[in-house]
Write a protein that binds this ligand. Structure first.
Ligand code: NAD
Length: 337
């Protein structure tokens, strides 16, 4: 917090529609008098010791500010390009990916009462990047599960459930088949649950969870779901589908020191620069960020204005069936503040 009473936040506007949707966040925050000062940074990769790396200025900024908001980054497809998103996660050890899935009034989906939270282990599991060829035609990818990373994400999940007032944590796993790796995750979950006597704990097999969530998501409303990396990647997008897709889904990547909040969608190159993008997902991510910073009043005020604008349905963007341009939607949110 600076002497002007404002908190400095690193802002990675990102590629494609990133600058347009970031502008909406900046306009709405300033109209709502949110005490946030943006520090724009670029994470365009540089080469350090022959390897692709994030520029030092960007790392210094996030380290100094503890909190960053990030627009989508385009990942070039092909060999030699490490995903910048993955690099950011590794650089700041962002071990938990938090994805709230809450129905949005005004956007009709098969269910209108979804309200669950999914937490994904973000650093290991199937995404450890340890792969090799055994012999020609036979490859191995290693699924790495450690007690340290499992306990860390599980403890965070229990604490998060307690903080947001959800009474239950459920671990999602396949320990029936992955006896050692998921078995370790599950036994860590049982152990950590003892540290949180006020939070109920149980576990569910991944396949069963998928079947049940899409059949009726309401029994999941009192729960925080926590799981290893790959399961979380897939199940979180499935849950995003329940509330209207990626354009409405926020997320937070939480680390021990720094945290980065970002929309789940990509840079949407097909509509970039045309003023057609829906900034809601980045806006809702910025609200998670305000909550994380303890600025709950500002978070609630902006969130209410967004939900009101969507529920009115008069000034919404094309992806939601409306005709409004990005800035017209942002102006409508500002009027509803
Ligand atoms: P995408 O999410 O960018 O686009 C998929 C579709 O959804 C497109 O039709 C797009 O127009 C639409 N869309 C996405 N966000 C929207 C929004 N806010 N408002 C309105 N419409 C929206 O996915 P993609 O096309 O597979 O990926 C494009 C680029 O983004 C790739 O380079 C990919 O690597 C990158 N990407 C980045 C992230 C991230 O930074 N977290 C996530 C996913 C993809």
């Amino acid at each position: 917090k600076g002497s002007d009473g404002k908190f400095t936040v690193s802002l990675i506007e990102g590629d494609g529609i990133g600058p347009e949707i970031s502008q909406s966040v900046k306009d709405i925050f300033s109209a709502a008098n949110a005490p946030v000062k943006w520090e724009p940074i670029s994470v365009d990769p540089v080469f350090k010791d022959g390897k692709q790396a994030i520029p030092d200025e960007a790392i210094d900024s996030i380290t100094r500010n503890y909190v960053a908001l990030k627009g989508p980054l385009a990942t070039p497809i092909g060999k030699g390009h490490v995903s910048l998103n993955l690099t950011l996660r590794r650089t700041f050890n962002l071990f938990a990916n938090v994805r709230p899935c809450k129905s949005i009034q005004g956007y009709k989906t098969p269910y209108d009462d979804v309200d669950t939270v999914l937490i994904r282990e973000n650093t290991e599991g199937e995404y450890s990047g340890i792969e090799h060829v055994v012999v020609d035609g036979v490859v191995q990818s290693i699924k790495l599960i450690t007690r340290e990373a499992s306990e860390r994400v599980l403890r965070f999940a229990f604490q998060y459930a307690q903080d947001i007032g959800k009474p239950k944590v459920r671990a999602v796993h396949k320990a029936t088949i992955m006896k050692m790796s998921d078995g370790l995750f599950l036994s860590c979950a049982r152990k950590i649950s003892k540290e949180f006597p006020n939070v109920e704990f149980d576990a569910e097999l991944l396949d069963n969870a998928c079947l049940k969530v899409v059949s009726d998501p309401t029994p999941y409303n009192d729960k925080v779901l926590v799981m290893p990396n790959l399961y979380g990647d897939i199940l979180s997008d499935m849950c995003a589908g329940l509330i209207g897709g990626l354009g409405l889904t926020p997320s937070g990547n939480i680390g021990d020191e720094c945290s980065i909040f970002e929309a789940v969608h990509g840079s949407a190159p097909d509509i970039a620069g045309k003023g057609l993008a829906n900034p809601t997902a980045l806006l809702l991510s910025s609200i998670m960020m305000l909550q994380h910073m303890g600025l709950t009043e500002h978070a609630s005020k902006i969130q209410a204005a967004i939900f009101k604008t969507l529920a009115e349905g008069k000034t919404i963007t094309g992806d939601l069936g409306g005709k409004a341009k990005t800035h017209e939607y942002a102006d409508a949110v500002i009027k509803n503040l």
